[in-house]
Write a protein that binds this ligand. Sequence first.
Ligand code: ARG
Length: 395
Amino acid sequence: MKIILAYSGGLDTSIAIKWLKDKYNAEIICYTTNVGQVEDVKKLSAKAKKTGATKLYFDDLRQKFVDDYVIPSLKAGALYQDKYPLATALSRPLIVEGMVKVARKERADALAHGCTGKGNDQVRFELTTRYLSPELQVIAPVREWEFKSREDEIEYAKKHNIPTPVTKKKPYSIDWNLWGISIECGKLENPWNEPPEDAYQITVSSEKAPAKPEYITIGFEKGVPLSLNGKKMDILKLIERLTKLGGKHGVGRIDMVEDRLVGIKSREIYEAPAAVILHTAHNALEKLVFSRDLFEFKKIVSQRYSQLTYFGQWFSQIKQCLDSFVENSQRFVTGEVRIKLYKGNCIVTGRKSSYSLYSETLATYTEKDLFDHTAAKGFLEIFGLPSKLEGLREK
Ligand code: ARG
């Protein structure tokens, strides 16, 4: 048997190599990606082999992540439960796509992942595998094995000469990619606790943020962010740039209690400066160029889109259909948005577009006003009719 294992080099997936090898009498091939976190590939590869894997595949998927996942989700306005920009959730189907390719090349029988039995990631992993390659088996060692604690795992590692992380266990579980960081466990598990400062990885507190605001202008073309302060910029670079800028001003911290697919409520904090800035700007531009009907209806689509992403249904026909709607909706989402970054806040201070539906001569209260006030009388006669009928009935 041949198994492709999603490998991070951490304790769980290191042990998984040996455990899978023994339990399934299998050859283990590790798979690692770069989705924006920092990783030393050479070290990782050496470690995987030392632990018993025959090889390690490494893919730099950053560009694909941005093009095929991040940008579509931005256009869709996908924020799970109105807040979480879905960084972790979006990366899972991407990683599985890569693993399936390797599995085909290697003629492997199964994919394995290090997700637990109570999280969302197992769902994303397994639904994506089923969709992309229904014939592949999926194995989740962490759900199956006998270890009850980290200590058990370390003991097993020592016994089998598996290199264990030298550093003391960090109090948090952290998932990192270019669209954001997800942080849970430790003190965060009590939702009443304010997140300790050391939980945050890339943003400063608003107290430590500069006392002077910073203004930035983001340009969009058909819903895609393409420039910063008037200068064209590659999207990947733009995201990196906004991550730094936002982080410096304490922008992008999200503290939420969310509903996992398995029914558990969990407290998680996120740092997603670029995602928060871009979603804020994108939404402001849509408000300028969308009709009221489109704006309100797209909210429903955004919500459903975020659920599908969160629940591991990125690959599904309904998601494809929503993508078509979203794509069409972006035809006029071209223009610029000015944002003020200041002490943890991301404030829209201006927006413009050559496709704007905003008309100053209709909105103004000055003598430039072109709105036909006399027309309002007849309009209210008719629009107010149902209210009048109900009012009469109440009497
Ligand atoms: N709650 C987030 C999700 O389901 C992140 C999960 C992973 N979090 C972590 N700290 N490892 O998408």
